[in-house]
Design a protein around this ligand. Structure first.
Ligand SMILES: [Zn+2]
Length: 224
C-alpha cells in the first residue's frame, strides 16, 4: 500500500500561477514557500499550461516541469509533485494507493463537457492497470451550483447531453457531472468539497469575483 500526500491551498499560500496578472518573482516565491511548507523539492513540481481541453498526459522524472496544452497529468513516480491551479474550476485529485498512481485534473466547464475525469481514469486503467474501485477522487473547493450561472445555450447543452438534474434555472452542477462520469466507470470513492469559491467568503480565489485574481492549487504526490 502506498502513502499518498495531497492538499488544496488557499489564499494563505498566495497566487501559484504564472498566467495571471502577477510578477514572476512573486509566483516563484509562493511556490518555493509551498514546497518548504509541504516538504517537497521545488525542482520536482510539475504543473500544466492548462487550456480547458481534455488532453491527459502521463509524466515522469524526465518530463518538462510545465506540461503544455494539457488539463490532466498522471504519474506513478515517487518524489514528483503534481499541481493543478484553479479559481472557480474544479481541482480534482485522484489516487490509487494499491498501484501507486496519482493524477491532478483541471475540470472547468469545457473540460467537464469533454469528459476529462472519465479520460483520466481510463488512462489510469490503461497505462497502470488501476482498478476503478481502488481509485479515490477528491474534488477541491470550486464554484458550486449556488453560483454557477450560465446562459441559456450552455444550460441547454447540459440538460440535453448530461441530464436535467445537473441544471436548475441556468445554474450548473459541474461537480455532479464529473461525479456521474466517474461513477459510470465504477469509481465509488468520491469526495466533493462543498466550499463554493464564489460565495463562501474570502479564502479562495474566484475568477467570477475578480477577473484579475490569482490561482490556488491542488497538489498531490506519492510519498512511499
Ligand atoms: Zn456559491
Amino acid at each position: 500500500m502506498h502513502d499518498i500526500f495531497y492538499t488544496f491551498t488557499n489564499k494563505d499560500e498566495g497566487n501559484l500561477a504564472y498566467h495571471v496578472p502577477d510578477k514572476k518573482e512573486n509566483v516563484d516565491k509562493n511556490r518555493l514557500e509551498l514546497s518548504k511548507k509541504f516538504k517537497f523539492d521545488i525542482k520536482n513540481l510539475i504543473s500544466m499550461n492548462q487550456v480547458h481541453g481534455s488532453c491527459v498526459t502521463v509524466v515522469g522524472k524526465d518530463s518538462p516541469r510545465i506540461i503544455d496544452d494539457c488539463d490532466a497529468i498522471i504519474t506513478n513516480e515517487k518524489n514528483l509533485t503534481l499541481m493543478v491551479m484553479v479559481a472557480d474550476c474544479i481541482p480534482i485529485l485522484m489516487f490509487d494507493k494499491f498501484n501507486g498512481v496519482i493524477a491532478a485534473v483541471h475540470a472547468g466547464r469545457n473540460s467537464t463537457f469533454q469528459k476529462i475525469s472519465e479520460k483520466t481514469v481510463l488512462k489510469m486503467i490503461e497505462e497502470f492497470s488501476c482498478k476503478p474501485e481502488n481509485i479515490e477522487v477528491i474534488m477541491g473547493p470550486s464554484i458550486q451550483k449556488c453560483c454557477y450561472e450560465v446562459d441559456e445555450k450552455l444550460a441547454n447543452i447540459v440538460k440535453i447531453n448530461f441530464g436535467i438534474e445537473f441544471e436548475n434555472n441556468r445554474y450548473l452542477d459541474l461537480q455532479g457531472i464529473n461525479k456521474k462520469q466517474l461513477k459510470d466507470l465504477g469509481v465509488r470513492n468520491i469526495t466533493i468539497n462543498d466550499r463554493c469559491t464564489m460565495c463562501s467568503g474570502v479564502d479562495y480565489f474566484s475568477y467570477r469575483v475578480d477577473k484579475a485574481c490569482g490561482r490556488f492549487a491542488g497538489i498531490i504526490s506519492i510519498l512511499s
